[in-house]
Write a protein that binds this ligand. Structure first.
Ligand code: ADP
Ligand code: MG
Length: 318
């Protein structure tokens, strides 16, 4: 099977929306942007053995790589439109490609995101997904807008991916239901697209949590020229696995375990009543975990006292 046949068989079957004038097959794709919207784009790369375990189920890898890419759009408050795919494969493994493309394309279809092109090469297994989305003019959520006294929120729960990895690597043994919960969290993270769009106009800054809350919130602080106080006692941690860990382990995973793909965002005080009403009415799943300060740096507190952790977020070059 040559490269052309491979693309035809596994990727050209993707859903294509009417705004795609030229999809897979030419030198470039040609698309029609939604009228009156700004385009946002981001690329994410996953390398076997670094971002997913060697020999991981291909379909799960497809779901995960795409969900992670969409998470960046969510963090900007954007709506997905199209994506391109760069695949580096050690060999043509049809079973792997079948599973991978199923996972990838079914996730893309769920978010109405069309595959419009890509590149296929030979080498160690590596997957890059570039996603394109749109936002209302000037409304993209940035990292740089946090101001002192803004309240810091996080969606969903934290530390699930780190706990899942501990289970996958046989470092933690859990019940069947917890095992299923954690594996689903790891391989099928839910990109917070709906929440991202919902907080446009409310949030002063936002980021998606790929490297861990500690490191990612630090990025908001640095971009905004502010600091933050985090109350670790308020970190949302899933009941499902809580009981299998010590307190410090949980906090470490919640703060420094990456790849939860939740959103962390800041909201000016005058806008928190609306946000809190959404939370009460279950229109938004989010938890207030701290506040932005004039004083630079990230301070952790618990029961009003300083708190310290060992790990400080995963950094590929750290
Ligand atoms: P070129 O050599 O002009 O860059 P290619 O031969 O690499 O083009 O690709 C042919 C067509 O197939 C292009 O439209 C490209 O976007 C598409 N394509 C290549 N690889 C992939 C892939 N993995 N997924 C989707 N489309 C792909
Ligand atoms: Mg060409």
């Amino acid at each position: 099977m040559d490269e052309f046949e491979l693309i035809q068989k596994f990727f050209a079957r993707a859903l294509v929306s009417s705004d795609v004038l030229m999809g897979i097959g030419d030198d470039c794709a040609v698309v029609e942007p939604p009228p009156g919207r700004q385009l946002v784009m981001s690329i994410d790369t996953m390398v076997e053995g670094v971002h997913f375990p060697v020999g991981a189920d291909a379909e799960k890898v497809g779901v995960r790589v795409f969900s992670a890419a969409l998470s960046d759009l969510a963090a900007m408050g954007a709506r997905p439109l199209w994506f391109t795919l760069a695949l580096t494969l050690p060999r043509v493994d049809e079973a792997w490609l079948c599973g991978f493309s199923d996972g990838l394309l079914s996730t893309a279809a769920r978010y109405e995101c069309s595959l419009i092109g890509g590149d296929t090469t030979r080498g160690p297994l590596c997957i890059s997904v570039q996603v394109h989305g749109s936002v209302a003019p000037g409304q993209a959520l940035r990292r740089s807008g946090a101001r002192p006294d803004d309240v810091i929120y996080v969606t969903g729960s934290l530390g699930d991916a780190a706990a899942a990895l501990a289970v996958i690597e046989n470092k933690m043994t859990v019940s069947t239901s917890t095992y299923e919960f954690l594996l689903k969290r790891y391989y099928q993270p839910q990109p917070r697209l709906q929440e991202g769009e919902q907080i446009v106009g409310l949030a002063s800054a936002a980021i998606d949590l790929s490297d861990g809350l500690y490191g990612d919130l630090t990025r908001i602080c640095e971009a905004s020229g502010v600091g933050a106080v985090l109350d670790v006692g308020r970190l949302p941690i899933a009941d499902s696995w809580k009981g299998y860990t010590t307190e410090s382990q949980r906090y470490e995973w919640a703060l420094a375990g990456g790849e939860d793909y939740q959103l962390c965002f800041t909201v000016p005080r005058d806008k928190t009543p609306l946000l809190e009403s959404w939370i009460r009415e279950k229109k938004l799943q989010a938890t207030p975990i701290g506040k932005i300060t004039h004083k630079l740096g990230l301070k952790l507190v618990k029961d009003g006292r300083p708190y310290d952790i060992v790990g400080r977020g995963f950094n590929h070059f750290g």
